[in-house]
Design a protein around this ligand. Structure first.
Ligand SMILES: *Cc1c(COP(=O)(O)O)cnc(C)c1O
Length: 475
């Protein structure tokens, strides 16, 4: 085969630029990105011809050049970040964005974010206000704390607290509470960044009151408790509670800090979930400063919420680090909306997606699963599709041992493998992330909102997802 002839039959750039399709692309997108796409696709085509041993296949690729340029330009202008359907059953999936924001909250958020707002403007007095003012009173009311603020996430909260209260001094913490919070980030390392020195006491499984008592020196600036939210030490264990630490801390005039991690505001044991210490408990027991995430069990935006005694919160508000860690208008507005729901437990469960999913009774999930199963089966896809029992998880490093009985739609493909199906589902226009267990593709319905059911079925049908050859098989 004559490769030179093949190379010569690739249209020249100036010829392509005259082409009607290319002209339309330039009008629709931009000349620069169309040029970039032309060069990318031409290079790919030359490389393909260089390696190809069959003339017919090479010619076919040349024929496809225009279509490939179109796809490449379109991809450049399509945001990579997109919504996905979470069929994993993990409610707080950190890789999938943790807590979803309620649709009604988002609608109100959009009104605030698309224009100007009173983020730092006191409307009553017509002068500068504080960005924490929108949710500080609410947080105090709900938790019983004297003052409150928030930063970008809980890791930042831990750093700010220690930098404000213990920089240059020592902080006593139990060896049983040196948590890695994921992505190789470790609480001890975060703490070191704050300029405080960690004094580790006790052992992995046991820490006694004496251990704390003996570790306190002139240099001690605080006692720290870290809630082991993402793991459990079980068996021969002992730890010292906040209530026991308060008297000795008072004696030495140092604060007790508690990093609660997930930060629940309602007692979930009423809904059949293992009891998790609430933020209110921690304050009631006398913790001086408490921090927790906004997007774990609270179900709000990513944030690190800090509450506690006013004199300590004031020190943090004045710390220069606060400026570097400050929350934006989206977070401030979303926090206020979500926290307002907590004024009524019933409303919180109803309107905060994370709480709704955690507390949704098995009966209701079953019903939803049957509905999704029916909608999928109506499409007469080449697969056995049925409802099966499964277990959901909370995730996000919260309640690691908890399993919530749930219901999934199991898809057994007849023409393709389970691995192929899983991959195709990831490549859908609205990707669906399933859980694969024992060679079955499961869609846990606890984490899939009903509004996605029809969409999912239509994507499966239109794109021949379960056929031997699929329209989205990729290139
Ligand atoms: C999750 C967690 C953090 C980190 O919170 P982010 O909001 O993800 O930064 C810190 N401490 C504990 C105990 C946690 O569980």
């Amino acid at each position: 085969m004559n490769k030179n002839m093949l190379y010569r039959s690739i249209p020249k750039v100036d010829v392509l630029l005259e082409n009607e399709t290319i002209q339309k692309l330039i009008d629709h997108y931009s000349r620069d990105t169309v040029m970039e796409a032309i060069h990318i696709e031409m290079d790919k085509l030359r490389e393909f011809i260089g390696q190809c041993e069959e003339e017919d296949r090479a010619r076919a690729q040349i024929e496809l050049l225009l279509a490939h340029i179109e796809m490449t330009v379109a991809a450049m202008h399509t945001p990579n970040m997109c919504m996905v359907i979470n069929g994993t059953g993990t409610i707080l999936h950190t890789n999938l964005g943790r807590a979803p924001i309620g649709q009604e909250h988002m609608r109100r958020l959009s009104a605030i974010a698309t224009g100007y707002s009173n983020l730092e403007y006191n409307l009553k007095e017509g002068r500068r206000g504080e960005r924490y003012s929108h949710f500080e009173k609410l947080l105090c009311k709900i938790t019983g704390a004297e003052a409150a603020m928030a930063v970008n996430n809980n890791a930042a909260a831990v750093m700010l607290i220690l930098s404000s209260l213990a920089k240059g001094g020592q902080v006593v913490v139990s060896r049983g509470e040196l948590v890695e919070i994921g992505g190789k980030f470790r609480i001890p390392d975060v703490m070191e960044q704050s300029g405080a020195t960690l004094v580790e006491v006790g052992t992995t499984n046991k820490t006694h009151f004496d251990d704390y008592e003996n570790a306190i020196t002139e240099e001690t600036k605080a006692l720290l408790k870290v809630h082991t939210s993402n793991y459990r030490i079980v068996g021969f264990t002992e730890s010292v509670g906040i209530d026991e630490l308060i008297p000795i801390a008072k004696e030495h005039e140092i604060p007790v800090i508690e990093d609660l991690g997930s930060g629940v505001l309602i007692d979930l044991s009423k809904y059949g979930i293992t009891y998790e210490p609430t933020v209110q408990d921690s304050i009631a027991k006398g913790a001086d400063v408490v921090c927790f995430s906004g997007d774990k069990l609270l179900g709000g935006p990513q944030a690190g919420i800090i509450i506690g005694r006013k004199k300590y919160i004031d020190m943090m508000k004045k710390n220069q680090l606060t400026r570097a860690l400050r929350i934006d208008k989206f977070t401030a507005a979303a926090l206020e909306m979500v926290l307002q729901e907590y004024l009524s437990e019933e409303k919180a469960i109803q309107n905060i997606p994370v709480l709704r999913m955690i507390t949704c009774p098995l009966e209701d999930v079953k019903w939803e699963a049957e509905e999704l199963c029916k909608i999928l089966n109506e499409k007469e896809l080449p697969a056995k599709i049925e409802c099966v029992p499964c277990e959901s998880q909370i995730g996000g490093g919260s309640l690691p041992l908890e399993r919530i009985p749930s219901m999934a739609v199991a898809i057994h493909p007849q023409k393709i493998s389970v691995a192929e199906l899983e991959e195709r589902m990831r490549h859908l226009p609205i990707p669906a992330i399933p859980r694969t267990v024992n060679d079955t593709v499961l869609l846990d319905v606890r984490t899939i909102e009903r509004r996605f059911f029809k969409l999912l079925a239509e994507q499966f049908k239109e794109l021949d997802v379960l056929e031997k050859i699929s329209l989205i098989a990729g290139r």
